[in-house]
Design a protein around this ligand. Structure first.
Ligand code: TRP
Ligand code: ZN
Length: 896
């Protein structure tokens, strides 16, 4: 943690290859919680492709230096400093042995080597390896590793590291050892070790080429009953990568380990993935359908990194999206294939809609604020702050656009060429683009702008129908609107936007498409290659004035502006053959209504909702030809956060009033439909974690949530109470509890209180469920008499609350600050004062987690003046007190 006045800015343009290379690393650990000894022996040589350096500079943090020797002889020309170690008088090639100490018990940052529940774990990405030993801790230094672990056998019976187990055995004094070897060269950020009292679920499978593979999921003993789904997800991931990309597991053994204290979701260490328990542990009693889906996605994500990230890695951290954007794309496709195969478009669309919701709500917001950056950033202060929605989610959209342009087969050809060229290398986003371009015989120079330009592009559409000539003209123009200043600097010219479009006739059917100059019509969805600032596409043989279905399946991460009437949107919602755009039409309709209501609410005017809007949603709700999961998504209104960002000045209170008004209107107008749906979509019998059963539960529980909005919530309380008591799965139990909490704002809260107490007692020993218990309370509605901030502050003193555990901190603090906007943005500034206290407290324990929380105020300039001033005050308070580079980068950019 450096606390210099002017933080060092790292720039992409300054990249230089390392002066030395490290070919092999032999690590020996004597694992003791307060005082672990690490002996590190490296084979080092000068890099023939780099300028001569006088010293060998190694990075190191929070280490105590013990000794150095070169080629077996003690070496004294060594100097430790703030950032590591300098070794003088080195030959051109040599073996360097360094011995150092670290203190895993005191390590609350969860980066490097740390202790959690009395077990040892590591987290090295991005720059944690230097907290374990002195090293050239940068991804373009790739070495093979041999690791020897020694520890007390009773306390740490299991000793794991990357690769294959070479040897194990007993040592004197009750200790034992294990020696591991990873045959693949890797960057230091993929190193891992685990030691402790763990048990495993294990399975042997055969890979595509017939080799036997040992798969293990390691957890604490009481969690063994929650490992089946993670194992199934791993087996499915292995199969999928073979079938879709021809990529096979390259090690004989693949391990997943779950840990309760973890900064993010999971980590793709070679052969030894380490996971947040939240993305491993599940059984029907403790995990929701969403949890099951997330586990499948994250297990897939980390497994897919074995090729996209590990076999081919990043040259430097500016290239992070090379592995993350690509691997998110792969996990999204995996989940879509698992739900709907290659052909069930409706089932695939459910996943697509969920992913686009996240992108629009989170990444578009990032692009609009002070942290806006390109998919391949130009500079950073703390790399941990750049594991962002832009790098991951927009990065995935950029990869998806190659597939949209070249088709699945063309994309596969590009991937094949990428691995043929770069297996075993540390490369750049340009290398990936060149592989895709060359495999498809295309020049993708313009496409590079997707990597270098920040901000969300806006595509404005105008259309003209020539009834006499049967021609339909579509004019597209692109720009960025009034982008954030940090984004504007990066914007140099028009993008290559794959713009998928369909034209719909009056009977609701798609029209065959023929562009001017083509010999005949083909297909009903066309991907236009939109490359100019303004460009016109003319469709011919169009016998009637069509309704355009724009940006089908969200073919590019852009905002589309087109003047649809409310009737046209209702028509698209009822008829568009593209399921994504059907949903999109409903969202546009709802967003437009909600924003105009919010504008009225801001002035205290009375609110009204047109019957036509209610009817459009009623039609979707009761259309039994539509899948339950689609209907659930269509009836879920845009979030308060998203809506507030669409206002000229964000006004969370007005948005809340407007959205609540619409929810109650829909609840009342459709009450009988909600009740009927609640009955019709029950899933009696044993719990099934299938998309189909999950869809029924989702729609049924949406009905319950709407019923809880009624002015008289008696029905909801009765139904939710019964559902709570009878539930055989967490999806239904948590939904019932949530409905009871909502109903408590209108009725009396006794039933909700009873259920909350029961929930706690029932799941006291399940930390992931207790996280839900905190989160449900932090995100509840609240009222003037019972502001949620009071509840949250009281829960901070609950014996089960623990600021050092990131999942717990997120469940209470982040849930309140980022997922309860109406309460967090209370006029009196109480939410911001709470936020400041927690950022400051976390800063001293875990800068990565603190910096994430710090980001919840970054859009402060976009709020109404009264809130804006209070937010600025809280930011200034934090800026004056925090020490970590992580949090300072965030608050300084925000105040900038
Ligand atoms: N590479 C990991 C992934 O996306 C994420 C990651 C980066 C991470 N840094 C981390 C996880 C720090 C935990 C802690 O799959
Ligand atoms: Zn990843």
């Amino acid at each position: 943690m450096a606390d210099t006045a002017t933080p060092t800015v790292i720039r992409r343009a300054d990249y230089a290859p390392p002066a030395f290379l490290i070919d092999t690393v032999a690590l020996e650990f004597d694992l003791v919680p307060e005082r672990t000894v690490v002996r590190n022996t490296m084979r080092v040589r000068r890099n023939p492709d780099a300028a001569h350096a006088a010293h060998f500079e190694l990075m190191g943090e929070q280490l105590e230096f013990v000794s150095a020797s070169i080629d077996g002889t003690p070496h004294s020309a060594v100097r430790t400093h703030e950032h590591g170690l300098s070794v003088d008088n080195v030959p051109d090639a040599f073996e360097l042995t360094l011995v150092s100490l670290c203190n895993p018990t005191e390590n609350t940052t969860l980066s490097g080597l740390y202790v959690s529940s009395d077990n040892f774990f590591t987290q090295c990405e991005a720059e944690g390896f230097r907290r374990i030993t002195y090293f050239l801790d940068r991804p373009d230094v790739m070495a093979t590793y041999t690791v020897t672990l020694r520890a007390d056998k009773a306390a740490y019976p299991v000793l794991l590291s990357n690769g294959n187990l070479l040897d194990e055995g007993d040592l004197p004094d009750g200790r034992h050892f294990a020696r591991w070897e990873d045959p693949f060269r890797k960057p230091s950020y993929l190193f891992a070790l685990v030691a402790g009292k763990l048990v495993k679920l294990e399975e042997r499978v055969r890979s595509g080429s017939g080799k036997e593979k040992l798969l293990q999921v390691w957890v604490e003993p009481h969690d063994l009953d929650k490992t089946r789904h993670a194992m199934d997800s791993l087996i499915n991931s292995i199969r999928w990568d073979e079938q879709r990309f021809g990529l096979e597991l390259d090690l004989d053994r693949f391990m997943i380990v779950a840990v309760g204290d973890f900064n993010m979701g999971a980590m793709e260490n070679k052969g030894l993935n380490i996971f947040n328990t939240k993305y491993v542990l599940a059984n029907p009693e403790t995990a929701t359908d969403t949890d099951f889906a997330n586990i499948e996605a994250v297990v897939g994500h980390e497994y897919f990194h074995n090729w996209t990230g590990n076999r081919v890695t990043c040259r430097d951290w500016f290239q992070l999206s090379l592995k993350e954007g690509l691997t998110v794309f792969r996990d999204q496709e995996f989940s879509a294939d698992m739900a709907g195969g290659a052909t069930d478009e409706a089932a695939r669309a459910t996943k697509r809609i969920e992913d686009v919701r996240v992108l629009r709500q989170m990444q578009f917001a990032e692009d609009a604020g002070p942290m806006a950056h390109p998919v391949r950033p130009e500079s950073y202060v703390e790399i941990n702050n750049f594991y962002t929605m832009t790098v991951y989610e927009k990065g995935s959209e950029v990869v998806r656009m190659y597939q949209t342009l070249f088709g699945r087969d063309g994309f596969r050809r590009g991937m094949d060429l990428y691995f043929k060229r770069h297996d075993g290398q540390a490369v750049t986003c340009d290398d990936f683009r060149h592989a895709l371009a060359d495999a498809n015989g295309r020049d993708l120079a313009q496409f590079e702008r997707w990597y270098s330009q920040a901000g969300t592009p806006r595509v404005t559409v105008s259309t003209h129908y020539d009834a006499a000539q049967h021609r339909y003209r579509v004019t597209l123009s692109q720009g960025y609107g009034d982008a954030a200043p940090t984004a504007r600097e990066t914007q140099k010219g028009p993008l290559l936007i794959p713009f998928a479009i369909g034209l719909i006739g009056a009977n609701g059917a798609d029209l065959p498409l023929r562009l001017e100059g083509e010999t005949g019509a083909s297909g009903t969805t066309r991907v236009l290659e939109f490359t100019q600032t303004e460009q016109t596409f003319t469709f011919v043989d169009i016998a009637e004035k069509p309704l355009p279905s724009l940006l089908r399946n969200f073919s590019a991460p852009v905002i589309v502006e087109y003047d649809y009437s409310a009737e046209e949107l209702a028509f698209l919602l009822a008829h568009d053959s593209d399921p994504f755009n059907r949903w999109e039409a409903g969202q546009r309709l709802a967003t437009r209504e909600l924003l105009s209501l919010a504008a009225r609410a801001a002035t205290g005017a009375s609110l009204q909702l047109d019957d036509s809007v209610v009817n459009a949603f009623a039609q979707v709700l009761t259309d039994e030809t539509l899948s339950p999961s689609f209907r659930e998504l269509a009836l879920m209104l845009p979030s308060e956060t998203y809506l507030a960002e669409q206002m000229p000045e964000s006004n969370p209170a007005a948005v809340h009033t407007a959205r609540q008004f619409v929810r109650r209107r829909l609840a009342e107008a459709l009450k009988n439909d909600w009740l009927a749906i609640y009955e019709r979509h029950q899933t009696p019998g044993d719990y099934e974690a299938t998309p189909d059963a999950g869809g029924h539960r989702a729609l049924k529980n949406l009905a319950l949530a709407y019923l809880a909005e009624l002015a008289d919530p008696a029905d909801a309380v009765r139904l939710a109470g019964a559902q709570y008591d009878a539930a055989n799965n967490m999806t239904d139990r948590a939904a019932a509890l949530s409905a009871l909490l909502t109903a408590a704002t209108a009725g009396d809260g006794r039933r909700a209180q009873e259920a909350l107490e029961d929930f706690y007692r029932r799941f006291e020993k399940e930390p992931l469920v207790i996280d839900k218990w905190f989160a449900l309370q932090a995100t509840q509605r609240g009222s003037a008499q019972r502001p949620v901030i009071d509840i949250v502050r009281a829960l901070m003193s609950h014996p089960a609350f623990n600021l050092k555990n990131p999942n717990r901190a997120r469940s209470l603090i982040f849930s309140f600050c980022a997922a309860n906007p109406a309460q967090f943005h209370a006029e009196d500034g109480s939410g911001y004062a709470f936020w400041a206290d927690q950022v400051i407290a976390l800063d001293a324990l875990n800068p990565q987690v603190a910096a994430r929380l710090a980001r919840s105020l970054e859009l402060w300039r976009r709020f109404t003046p009264a809130l804006r001033e209070k937010m600025r005050g809280a930011l200034e308070k934090v800026a004056a007190q925090v020490k970590s580079r992580d949090v300072r980068e965030i608050v300084e950019k925000a105040l900038g």
